[in-house]
Design a protein around this ligand. Structure first.
Ligand code: ADP
Length: 473
């Protein structure tokens, strides 16, 4: 599972705080336990001194005298001989848990040190201190005194409860504080992410410009800005290159087609030569279309303005028919319904859209196929419809065919040489005119592409004379 930096920071802060608190608690508990035990041991030491002194004054280990002495003592007491046998013990006290093993007895008898330890008597913790008992100069036995250590346990228990309840509260607070801290620390980074996501390939001129932000964030933003600047330069270079090359290619190709068309005017041409020249002219036309697509794609990226003038669409359709009819000698291209209508638009671009759609219709049709170019008008829109009887487009491809460089899975076989940009450019042109392209298709039955353009009032005398001539050609 991958956690966001914000949550990681939050957890780290919380874990660090909890570990620190636990360490503080453990050392506090240890120190307090020590202090309280030392206090108790000190008390036991005094009890032991007093009792030993009383017995020494008595001068004997007479069991009755010892018993009455122990009875009045306010603490647990056991008196043993040097072999560990119990001579007297506090009433009701089971001396068993206070028994000493041989080594302990020897240490006590031979040394002058007292030995303290905690034992369990019944279900109570008792701190016991043992020391040798001197009568005169002789070691006569062992004295043990004890007091309950329950109070120490209770203090420790209370401390633990306080720590756990406070600890849970502190952990929750630490989580909240950690979340808030990491959130405010990462906020500028989030801002950069949002801005970076908004910047598109077509608009690399935007910059993050994070002046005044924390140093690390500013460094990140500056690096990002520098990368954007490099990308922008590279994109511009590529666009200018495509623009120059396609422009340079289009001029000689147009001249070539012009020459071929002049040759075709010769009445004396025999049938075979005419057919060959027709085909050459059509292929050159396809090359012109491809280079024009590249040129318009670069124009689209550069944000080119449309050269809007009144365009007679029926004349444009006739022109497209004339240029495209020889693209596929084994398929038929015909005009369907033709409304007489003009729109305000960029003539070259609109012609390119219709050429692209007709070219696709012919390209993807099987031999004997038919492509129909129609023009309709209603009150608000003009529709240029290109229908074909081709293979159709699979449903899952319909959403992608307008993407740049996208070609259908079998397009490389059906129509080698395409670049996958015709429909993308066509849609850009249609949208730049305030319209769109719609597609209907059924696999195995054919496709219909409709260019919808808004109808704007065009006066007949707006139309340039050369366009009228064109439509008659
Ligand atoms: P290209 O034709 O160079 O591949 P386009 O952008 O013109 O590029 O078309 C994209 C894809 O859409 C084509 O590769 C093809 O799969 C599909 N397509 C376009 N027009 C048709 C059509 N009339 N019939 C079937 N498929 C088509």
């Amino acid at each position: 599972m991958s956690l966001s930096i914000r949550w990681r920071l939050t957890l780290w802060i919380a874990v660090a705080l909890i570990l620190t608190l636990t360490a503080i608690f453990l050392s506090l508990r240890f120190a307090l336990g020590r202090i309280l035990t030392d206090d108790l041991d000190e008390e036991l030491s005094q009890d032991l001194g007093q009792l030993s002194a009383h017995i020494a004054i008595g001068g004997s280990l007479d069991e009755d005298a010892l018993a009455s002495m122990i009875e009045t003592a306010g603490f647990l007491t056991v008196i043993r001989d040097t072999d560990g046998n119990v001579l007297a013990a506090s009433p009701g006290l089971d001396p068993g848990p206070l028994d000493l093993n041989g080594d302990e007895r020897r240490d006590i008898v031979e040394g002058s040190e007292t030995v303290a330890r905690t034992v369990e008597v019944g279900d109570e913790d008792v701190r016991v201190r043992s020391a040798r008992l001197l009568l005169g100069r002789d070691v006569a036995g062992i004295v043990q005194v004890g007091e309950s250590a329950e109070a120490i346990g209770q203090v420790m228990g209370a401390l633990t409860v306080i720590f756990i309840t406070e600890g849970v509260g502190v952990a929750v607070l630490a989580l909240m504080a950690g979340y808030w801290l990491s959130r405010s620390a990462l906020k500028p980074v989030e801002g950069i992410t949002i801005l970076a996501a908004e910047i598109e390939a077509s608009d690399l001129t935007r910059r993050i410009a994070a002046a005044g932000k924390p140093t690390e964030v500013q460094r990140l933003a500056d690096t990002f800005d520098a990368m954007l600047a490099r990308l922008d330069a590279a994109f511009r270079q590529q666009r200018d290159f495509v623009m120059d090359v396609s422009h340079e290619l289009r001029t000689p190709l147009t001249a070539l087609r012009g020459n071929l068309d002049v040759l075709l005017m010769d009445e004396r041409l025999d049938g075979e030569t005419r057919t060959q020249l027709d085909r050459m002219s059509a292929e050159v036309g396809r090359l012109i279309r491809l280079t024009s697509n590249l040129l318009y794609m670069a124009h689209a990226d550069a944000g080119r303005e449309l050269d809007r003038r009144p365009v007679e669409l029926d004349a444009l359709c006739l022109e497209v028919l004339r240029h495209s009819k020889d693209l596929r000698p084994d398929a038929t291209l015909r005009l369907g319904h033709q409304a007489q209508v003009a729109v305000l638009g960029d003539r070259d671009l609109l012609k390119q859209v219709i050429l692209n759609l007709v070219d696709n219709g012919l390209k993807y049709s099987a031999p004997g196929g038919q492509v129909t170019l129609s023009l309709y008008q209603d009150e608000t829109d003009v529709r240029v419809v290109v229908e074909d009887s081709g293979p159709g487009i699979p449903h899952d491809q319909l959403g992608r065919i307008f993407e740049r460089y996208h070609r259908g899975p079998d397009s490389h076989v059906r129509a080698p040489g395409g670049a996958g940009i015709g429909l993308a450019i066509s849609r850009w042109i249609a949208r730049a005119h305030g319209g769109d392209i719609l597609v209907r298709s059924e696999t195995g039955r054919g496709s219909a592409f409709t260019v919808v353009l808004p109808l704007e009032p065009v006066r007949a005398d707006d139309i340039r004379p050369e366009e009228r001539r064109d439509s008659l050609a």
